[in-house]
Design a protein around this ligand. Structure first.
Ligand code: ASP
Length: 202
């Protein structure tokens, strides 16, 4: 990456490319919707270096093709660390983000029980196969960044949030030690400080 790109911007770039990938059904713009047929995305980013800790997260974000840019914007320019749903959307609009490339109709119209024709060529989801997370960990010049993004679980209840955007559960970083990011059943993981524990054991 060029010198001008921060390690967190590089992490966000990598995650965004997965969010926009139409073959990925569990992250970003083409992911499985919730039980109401709406895509709600969760994402978070943490950046640490000795003496400095920065982070941002969004939960249940609707109307955008991805959520990592929103988490990044919260980290960079919000006085809070976590924004949810319509509040996250309002903040993004105030920051000049426009959901102009979203919602993506084919994704939002995607039925919960039956995959649309565009998915016909794709392997049908198997039990336990209907959720995933993209997680990226990078370090550069002593700055460690961990980011993640997910649409949670296929046919989740509206407003459901798993481990991914919860600091210490879905992702964690400690300067001079390391970082961790989780994937798996967020309804189980979010009950525990899983990634905090993993980094603590490093
Ligand atoms: N942990 C994610 C969630 O439940 C999904 C996954 O990583 O499989 O929100």
């Amino acid at each position: 990456a060029p010198e001008t790109v921060s390690v967190s911007a590089a992490v966000a770039d990598a995650i965004r490319s997965v969010e926009l990938d139409p073959t990925v059904a569990t992250v970003g713009s083409h992911s499985y919707p919730n039980v109401n047929g709406t895509i709600q995305l969760d994402a978070a980013i943490v950046e640490v270096s000795p003496g400095r800790h920065r982070c941002g997260a969004v939960m249940a974000l609707e109307g955008y093709p991805g959520a990592i840019d929103a988490a990044f914007a919260v980290m960079e320019s919000c006085q809070h660390r976590i924004l949810v749903g319509s509040g996250a959307k309002a903040f993004l609009e105030s920051e000049g983000f426009h959901p102009s490339v979203a919602p993506i109709p084919t994704a939002l119209e995607r039925p919960v029980a039956v995959l649309p024709e565009e998915d016909a060529g794709r392997p049908q989801p198997q039990p336990g196969d209907d959720h995933d997370t993209v997680g990226i960990i990078a370090v550069r010049n002593g700055v460690l960044s961990v980011g993640c993004s997910t649409s949670g679980k296929r046919a989740k209840l509206s407003g459901r949030v798993g481990d991914s955007p919860i600091f210490g559960s879905g992702l964690y970083a400690e300067p001079g030690v390391g970082g961790a990011v989780a994937t798996g059943d967020g309804d189980k993981i979010c009950s525990f400080p899983l990634t905090f524990s993993a980094v603590s054991l490093m």
